[in-house]
Design a protein around this ligand. Structure first.
Ligand SMILES: NC(=O)C1=CN([C@@H]2O[C@H](COP(=O)(O)OP(=O)(O)OC[C@H]3O[C@@H](n4cnc5c(N)ncnc54)[C@H](O)[C@@H]3O)[C@@H](O)[C@H]2O)C=CC1
Ligand SMILES: NCC(=O)COP(=O)(O)O
Length: 333
């Protein structure tokens, strides 16, 4: 019989809603074993603040992780400087990154079957003098892979990105044939592997208004995107595009597609979040480990109020469990 899935859950930015979402989750019955990788004193402080009765149980590798309501397995991480909800403290940044390192290394070492991340605050980590653009890029580097793909998904829509956390002025130069080829292959491969799609149908957005209007509104489609898609089609990948991004997200196209490949963060994600904010999952494709995350940020305005919604975290755990089960059966190469 296969062992039950154990997921590491990082609690993210201490001043944000991550710690309380972990505690809210602990009050419910959950499918996989969850080990929260975070400062135990932080979780205790947030539980006290919100009056949440959760038994925080020290966990060590090899032990089972509890899935019982009211109990939570914790792998405590030292180094937290302060625990005030809603107030960012750059002195917490090294601790935050350490939780990510421990969870990811635990996945690489086979201690965890996957990791789920609560939100971090990218700005405060940089304010601490540590260059950081997101979990996606951090885990890519930690795992030593050349390319990964950010994909956000609801039950109805999947949106993957060619570029992730880049200033808009740098996007055009980053859309190279090499990057587009790598991203598209990873997307096609992982839609097959993790989503049971035998022949994924992918819609590809153009970069420019009206997909460049025949070169009159930009040449990236003609010079880079179209020739790259033509080559990838010859490999057997089902690609439609480049399509004008403003009309791509309509039933005419979406009804016959499995995923959209957008060229940049704010081309694809606002549509996804308009459609399903609060119940979507963020997945990093192309890693040698399973990693899912929430669709939202640190919500400092809600931290410590108990009003944050745990819907996206629940989706991230459900999808993470499914992907980890699949990876246990058929390991990621
Ligand atoms: N996975 C991650 O680590 C992510 C981190 N971030 C980071 O979060 C920080 C804040 O980003 P914002 O753009 O302000 O986005 P945000 O998602 O934190 O907040 C946007 C709005 O949504 C609300 N909201 C967010 N999560 C909610 C929840 N679970 N339940 C109810 N309402 C919720 C907030 O109260 C706010 O009004 C930034 O530093 C950003 O980098 C943003 C997205 C993902
Ligand atoms: N908008 C999604 C996002 O910023 C999450 O990024 P990451 O921290 O998961 O890389």
């Amino acid at each position: 019989m296969t062992q039950p899935v154990i997921l590491a859950l990082t609690a993210g930015e201490p001043a944000g809603i991550g710690p309380e979402l972990c505690l809210q989750l602990a009050l419910k019955k959950r499918g996989p074993g969850i080990v929260v990788v975070a400062s135990k004193p932080l979780l205790e402080a947030r539980a006290r603040l919100l009056g949440l009765e959760v038994a925080l149980e020290d966990w060590a590798p090899g032990a089972p992780a509890t899935a019982e309501p009211g109990r939570l397995s914790v792998l405590s991480v030292d180094g937290l400087a302060s625990t005030t909800a809603g107030h960012l403290d750059p002195a917490n940044s090294a601790y935050v990154l350490e939780t990510l390192r421990i969870a990811a290394q635990g996945c690489l070492d086979g201690i965890f079957d996957g990791m789920v991340t609560a939100p971090v605050h990218k700005g405060v980590i940089n304010n601490a003098g540590i260059a950081f653009s997101g979990h996606t890029e951090f885990l890519q580097e930690l795992c030593g892979v050349e390319r990964v793909v950010m994909m956000l998904a609801t039950d109805e829509l999947r949106v993957a990105l060619v570029t992730t956390h880049l200033p808009l002025k740098d996007v055009s130069a980053a859309i190279t044939a090499e990057r587009l080829t790598q991203v598209t292959r990873i997307l096609d491969n992982d839609l097959r592997k993790f989503f049971g799609l035998q022949h994924p149908r992918i819609l590809v957005a153009g970069l420019n208004p009206h997909a460049g209007e025949g070169g009159h509104l930009g040449r990236e489609e003609i010079d880079v995107i179209e020739p790259t898609l033509a080559t990838l089609r010859r490999e057997g990948i089902d690609l439609t595009g480049p399509l004008p991004a403003d009309t791509l997200f309509t039933p005419h196209w979406l009804d016959n597609a499995d995923a959209v490949l957008a060229m940049y963060h704010d081309q694809g994600l606002p549509v996804l979040k308009f459609q399903g904010f609060g119940r979507a999952v963020n997945i990093t494709l192309g890693l040698p480990i399973v990693r899912t995350s929430v669709d939202h940020g640190t919500a400092l305005d809600l931290a410590g109020t108990g009003k944050a919604d745990a819907g996206s975290l629940e989706t991230a755990i459900r999808v993470g469990e499914r992907m980890a089960t699949s990876a246990k059966r058929d390991p990621i190469e």
